[in-house]
Design a protein around this ligand. Sequence first.
Ligand code: G3P
Length: 229
Amino acid sequence: MLEDLELKDTPIVILNFKTYLESTGERALELASICQDVADETGVNMAVAPQHMDLHLVSDAVEIPVLAQHIDAVDAGGHTGSILAECARDAGAAGTLINHSEKRMQLADIEWVISRMKELEMMSVVCTNNVMTTAAAAALGPDFVAVEPPELIGSGIPVSRAEPEVITGSVDAVKKVNPEVSVLCGAGISTGDDMKAAVDLGAEGVLLASGIILADSPRDALLDLVSKV
Ligand code: G3P
């Protein structure tokens, strides 16, 4: 649960599995186990966000927190095809990503899901695209905001090098709006230098995907990612 993800002395790494074939089904299990091994070996806080159909499989196999990639702003009842917060919890989710740039939500629904996460003692990670939306998201009181300039997502060009001002601006804005909220960053992050630069700019961790999932050796890539923090 939330206490598993309290930010201790190490930053946090959240690996978003997205819908890559390399992180689907049995391969989701393999990747999550690699994340577990690296977390055990290095002591770095890690979490994974598999696809919904794989969430139960993954949460049964690892101790590290497992997050949903999205939860819908719906109560139990007639909402065919929606993802119910209680169902995600019962499947082993410790929380959820919210408003990822590949799954954008309306403001009212973002707020609804954050408050449902609080009620269920689950973690909320609201994804944003710039400093302004990060400040707005922080006002809603999530556990984390993760700022990710969409144009860098999947590019291999790390936000910590290409747009450092987005990180520093987001950290400063969140400190003013709601210092309880932890700031993560993502987009193009793949190496230890990228992660160190992000942490040096004030981020308390990273949210990433392709740099690890599509690496020749996801294990080696993950070990390098956390090697300098
Ligand atoms: O959720 C993190 C993701 O959007 C970043 O993607 O492939 O640039 O690490 P990537």
